[in-house]
Design a protein around this ligand. Sequence first.
Ligand code: ZN
Length: 333
Amino acid sequence: MKDLVMELTGVFGPSGDESIICEYISEAVKDYADDIRTDALGNLIVYKKGLSSEKKIMFAAHMDSIGLMVTYIEDNGCMRFTVLGGVAPAVIANQKVIFKNGIVGVVSYEGKDCSSTGPMEKFYIDIGTSSREETSEFVSQGDTCVYFAPSAELANDMLASPYIDNRVSCAILMECIKSVKEVKYDTYFVFTTQEEVGMRGAKAAAFGIMPDIGIAVDVTIVPEAINPVRNSVLQLGAGPAIKIKDHSVVCSPMVKDMLVDIALKEGIPYQLEIIEFGGCDTAAIQLTGAGIPAGCISIPIRYVHTMSETVSMVDVENALTLVSKVVETGAGL
Ligand SMILES: [Zn+2]
């Protein structure tokens, strides 16, 4: 599982440009699916037939990552950019990025006095070229790039890497697709697109499937990564979090209770998540059609949206067990 997570975090796939990560996941799980397809938004929908077709369950793990998009190439060859999702100036200053074609650049900013928390207009990408013409041979307006940094194992079975958000959840769904023993109801494992720019893929996928229940799997933030004054109860290694609320959604109490019941019954450690920020695909699924009961299983991480998002593999394994039990028991429907 650790190898899979590390591998996935290195696959290219910023919001809106998910074809490579989509292909990667598709190849890995297609032999375990009863049907597999992509929709118009690029969502990868992996279907496993249930013992009963009376109900439909949908899982959603977004496969897109945050990134940068080139907006303008200067005369000197440096590129201006806009951001895809929550990219902070302090995080990207003096870091390396990589484009889909393998070209690597360095992100820096104008002026000695420009702090790394300064306005994004001062920032640029340098790929080592010295003119617009030269840069244009490698990169065009609208091209996207992602953080280029290695993943690493830490002590206590922890992993630090860019894009743990949300490749860790993709790994969990992939592993569930391969290993789940019994599927009670027809189950759709959706690897969604464009979550980081507003949960867009999940909206279309949920409409296409119209499940009886929807469950997103995504990361959540433990206090070290945000403001320590806010006294979140979430901890690394204390189990996956069952979401009650974030900035985008109040989860269905029915789904929340179902997840808690399964965790208690199966002896899976869990935490309850109530945070005032962030968002997840649950929000999009919930408001689809005439409304869909939706919840979320969250993997706690530190240092979200940096090159060093840190996760405990113990939480990952427990989340996999929880997801698998939901599939096997039919989510209490
Ligand atoms: Zn996420």
